[in-house]
Design a protein around this ligand. Structure first.
Ligand code: AMP
Length: 185
């Protein structure tokens, strides 16, 4: 049983690392960004709501995200554990997650904070060619991260839950670091 929160700025490699860790740990990968992208492709009401925010590099409003996460974390496949990728992104989301988990009689094991210098983040995002990866939107996403998401570092550090991991280098190197620093007990 493993329950992890993968935390970091946009472009830090959260999605890539979450995908490989989920495969080796056999737990679901819960990415709010992926859920929104799937909803946009399906043109569902959730997708329509999320799209304008995502296209601008803004955060989707908390009540939308929180409702979606509540629904996802109460599905049966989460009984084996989970890795959260891209959630929480605001203090309100972190607080709601804490109360939701206590309601579900669950807790997370650790918050992995992927550290990557800004220049490399921009380079990585420009390289992946996603629709919301234009230079203006990338800049806005980094600003939104600093303003609204970075404060979570203190939130989790105060709870002794944060583990910093160097997110530079190739994908496998970073996965190995996470496994050695955070998952070998
Ligand atoms: P990501 O794939 O994690 O980079 O997320 C892509 C976009 O989806 C973000 O720029 C936000 O617009 C939106 N998004 C994803 N997760 C969240 C969240 N937890 N809170 C608010 N917006 C989110």
């Amino acid at each position: 049983m493993v329950r992890l929160i993968l935390f970091g700025p946009p472009g830090a490699g959260k999605g890539t690392q979450a995908a490989s860790l989920c495969e080796s740990l056999a737990v679901p990968h819960i990415s709010t960004g992926d859920i929104f992208r799937a909803a946009i492709s399906a043109q569902s009401p959730l997708g329509v709501k999320a799209q304008t925010f995502m296209d601008r590099g803004e955060l989707v409003p908390d009540e939308v995200v929180v409702g979606m996460i509540r629904e996802r974390l109460t599905q049966s496949d989460t009984s084996s554990g989970w890795i959260l990728d891209g959630f929480p992104r605001t203090l309100a989301q972190a607080e709601t997650l804490d109360s939701l988990l206590s309601e579900l009689d669950q807790s997370y094991d650790t918050v992995i904070s992927l550290k990557v210098p800004d220049e490399l983040l921009v380079q990585r995002m420009l390289g992946r060619g996603r629709k919301d990866d234009t230079e203006d939107v990338i800049r806005r996403r980094l600003q939104v991260y600093q303003e609204q998401t970075a404060p979570l570092i203190d939130y989790y550090r105060d709870r002794n839950s944060l583990q910093d991991v160097n997110g530079t280098g190739d994908i496998k190197e970073v996965t190995t670091r996470i496994q050695q620093q955070c998952l070998s007990k």
